[in-house]
Design a protein around this ligand. Structure first.
Ligand code: NAD
Length: 320
């Protein structure tokens, strides 16, 4: 099977190699209606979260003879599934690759903001070893609230509960009682989580029901000095309300790997796109906000798992 591999990053070609038994053509371009013609002569395209497989693009892909789209990610909101179905294009994805990668990054982000690694790093590089302003707190015995206990949230809670001996509480409308017991997590309602947690870590998907789950009203219910970490999706937090709470000091520290509106900026092309966004610039003005660029998933193990599943998805299809 011949595969046009859009939006290639150096780490993709390292993980996929020659893609054996597939024949892969690596392309730097992201997929859209304008670049879809590059798929001519291939049977399938392999794309990422920020490639656009809308109805117009799918039509052009269909005209090039493309029969399969392989997403090398879990999310599929960038593909018009109805249009794909009408055109007879099969869509496959990688539903889970490494919850550990994201969970470990989330725990690292919690430690970073609680112990102020980012501030220390900048200071010590300037030769400044003064410790004022760097007092953190122990996670042991603190109450940590996990919102969303799927694969990633459960793993994050388990590391914090079993490893750090934190008191881990969680909210999920579909609780997994056996998993929570094994992980050392106690379910509570959202109100209780908001009012008792010292740290909140977000792990639910972005849905109409979860958009702005942390907003002006819910942030007001949190404890003064609350620490918030988001490695899930930017729009789970009403950024403007978060900024107001950082200004007032109600929120003491924040760690973000994801941002509201990031899809309009990040990964637009292979060269890396600068995010010009008012909310983002305002967030950066706070020294108690640690930022990373949607990289929580990015481990060798996760990339290898993505490559393995994608190749096997496409190989299965080529064998019928
Ligand atoms: P999952 O589907 O296994 O779990 C999601 C959980 O959220 C489920 O248990 C679900 O019941 C729960 N949920 C749904 N609505 C909720 C609500 N209103 N309140 C609380 N919980 C709710 O997903 P996962 O694999 O654990 O991934 C979680 C999220 O992590 C993804 O949706 C994605 O946004 C994010 N993610 C980020 C990265 C990254 O690199 N930063 C990588 C992968 C995934």
């Amino acid at each position: 099977m011949k595969v046009a591999f859009y939006n290639t990053k150096e780490y993709d070609s390292a993980a996929f190699g020659n893609g054996d038994p597939l024949e892969i053509t690596y392309l730097q371009h992201t997929l859209d209606a304008g670049t879809a013609k590059l798929a001519a002569g291939h049977d399938a395209v392999c794309i990422f979260v920020n490639d656009r497989a809308d109805a117009e693009t799918l039509k052009v892909l269909h005209e090039q003879g493309i029969k399969t789209i392989a997403l090398r990610c879990a999310g599929f909101n960038n593909v018009d599934l109805n249009a794909a179905k009408e055109l007879g294009i099969t869509v496959v994805r990688v539903p889970a690759y490494s919850p550990e990668a994201v969970a470990e990054f989330a725990v690292g982000t919690i430690l970073t903001v609680v112990r102020k690694y980012h501030k220390a790093y900048n200071r010590v590089r300037e030769g400044n070893f003064l410790l004022n302003g760097l007092v953190g707190f122990n996670l042991q015995g603190k109450t940590i609230g996990i919102i969303g206990t799927g694969k990633i949230g459960m793993r994050t809670g388990k590391i914090l509960s079993r490893g750090f001996e934190a008191h881990v509480i969680a909210y999920d409308p579909y609780p997994d009682s056996a998993g929570a017991q094994e992980a050392g997590i106690t379910y509570v309602d959202l109100k209780t989580l908001l009012s008792t947690a010292d740290v909140i870590s977000l792990h639910c998907p972005l849905l109409p029901s979860t958009k702005y789950i942390l907003n002006k009203e819910t942030l007001a219910q949190t404890k003064p000095g609350i620490v918030i970490v988001n490695t899930s999706r930017g729009a789970l937090i009403e950024t403007d309300a978060l900024i107001q709470n950082l200004k007032s000091g109600h929120v003491s520290a924040v760690g973000l790997d994801v941002y509201e509106h990031e899809e309009e900026y990040f990964f637009k092309d292979g060269s890396g796109t600068i995010m010009h966004d008012d909310l983002f610039s305002r967030l950066l003005s706070f020294h108690n906000v640690f930022v990373s660029g949607h990289q929580a998933f990015l481990t060798k193990e996760a990339l290898d798992a993505i490559a393995q599943t994608t190749v096997s998805n496409l190989d299965d299809i080529s064998k019928g």
